[in-house]
Design a protein around this ligand. Structure first.
Ligand code: PBG
Length: 322
């Protein structure tokens, strides 16, 4: 007679080597993408209060951070540009000699093996902080799409491996793909922020990127957090238009969405563990309320377990150093 219970799950939890043998999900540094924020100038390294550990850096300092990321085996870097001059049309965003375009050329020249991705959006470049051209008090879709396509081509020309549109305009994936192909960049990959919610968790990012909307909000473009069927339609649309991989953003509050988008598309899924999600862990850890490193690892593991193939993480370097 076997003693009750026959199956004792705790047997496989007794020691770390045993736990490690049966562990289903392991995050590797190569799964992670590190966001970097580039500003004009040299020798600039500016801390951001709401994002401990995240800095705005000039190109020379950016190169140091990127080199460290490469040495740590991180999967790639994602560049955001903060230009010295902003205007209504966000012209510095699609300037061949813009802050991101120059940084990409430098990174690809000095670290050719590092995967360089760029954020394609106008909100960091417009004086009003919106993601495109304003007509009648709202972002005008089709004229914005034209500018985004121009911007993506300048990033590809600078050598970006992957362009990642984060604006949520309709039809931009197809337009960007066509523009890239037309300009001879059919090899440049397109990671679409297919499923981007109008989230309260982007607050700290807007401090770093200096992209707080000067009026209104982004709810006419970004998705309602209540919707998941719509997420599947958005993802399907972007795949149809030529996206190579699709993003879900934010991550922690949207694990069900990550899972369902992965199942529905079968495409590589990237999850963006966004600024507010990162800052909450950092803030609680700074207060001694939670164990920061354990919470970060648990969060990243959960996001991968949900179905993410790659994760954009402000904690990528700290993770890789563990
Ligand atoms: C730009 C963009 C945003 C983020 C990435 N790209 C901000 C926004 O949509 O307001 C947020 C990233 C983060 O919070 O970490 N459109």
């Amino acid at each position: 007679m076997p003693t009750f219970p026959a199956y004792r799950p705790r047997r496989l939890r007794r020691t770390e080597p045993i736990r490690s043998l049966v562990r289903e999900t392991v995050v590797h540094p190569s799964d992670l993408i590190l966001p970097l924020f580039v500003v004009e100038g040299t020798g600039v390294r500016r801390a951001i209060g709401s994002m401990p550990g995240v800095e705005q850096t000039s190109e020379d300092e950016l190169l140091r951070d990127a080199r460290e990321a490469a040495e740590l085996g991180i999967g790639g870097v994602l560049l955001f540009g903060i230009p010295a001059h902003k205007d209504e049309e966000g012209t510095s965003g699609y300037d061949e000699d813009g802050v991101v375009q120059r940084a990409v050329r430098r990174l690809k020249a000095e670290l050719p093996g590092l995967v360089v991705m760029t954020d394609v959006c106008l909100c960091e470049y417009t004086s009003h902080g919106h993601c495109g051209l304003i007509r009648g008090g709202d972002v005008d879709n089709d004229s914005t799409v034209e500018l985004l396509a121009r911007m993506a081509v300048t990033h590809a020309a600078a050598g970006a491996d992957v362009v990642a549109p984060s604006d949520m305009m309709d039809g931009r994936v197809g337009a960007i793909r066509a523009a890239l192909d037309g300009a001879g960049f059919s090899h440049t990959a397109l990671l679409s922020y297919a499923v981007k919610y109008a989230s309260a968790f982007y607050g700290p990012f807007r401090d770093v990127a200096e992209s707080v909307p000067q009026f209104g909000d982004r709810r006419t473009a970004q998705m309602d957090p209540a919707n998941v069927r719509e997420a599947l339609r958005e993802a399907a649309l972007d795949v149809d238009e030529g996206a190579d991989a699709v993003m879900v953003k934010p991550a922690m509050a949207y694990l069900d969405v990550i899972h369902r988008v992965k199942e529905a598309t079968g495409y590589p899924v990237c999850a963006y563990h966004v600024s507010g999600e990162y800052a909450m862990i950092e803030a609680a850890a700074a207060n001694g309320w939670i164990d920061g490193p354990r919470a970060h690892v648990e969060a990243l593991t959960a996001i991968k377990r949900a179905g993410a193939d790659m994760i954009i993480s402000y904690w990528a370097r700290q993770f890789a150093r563990l």
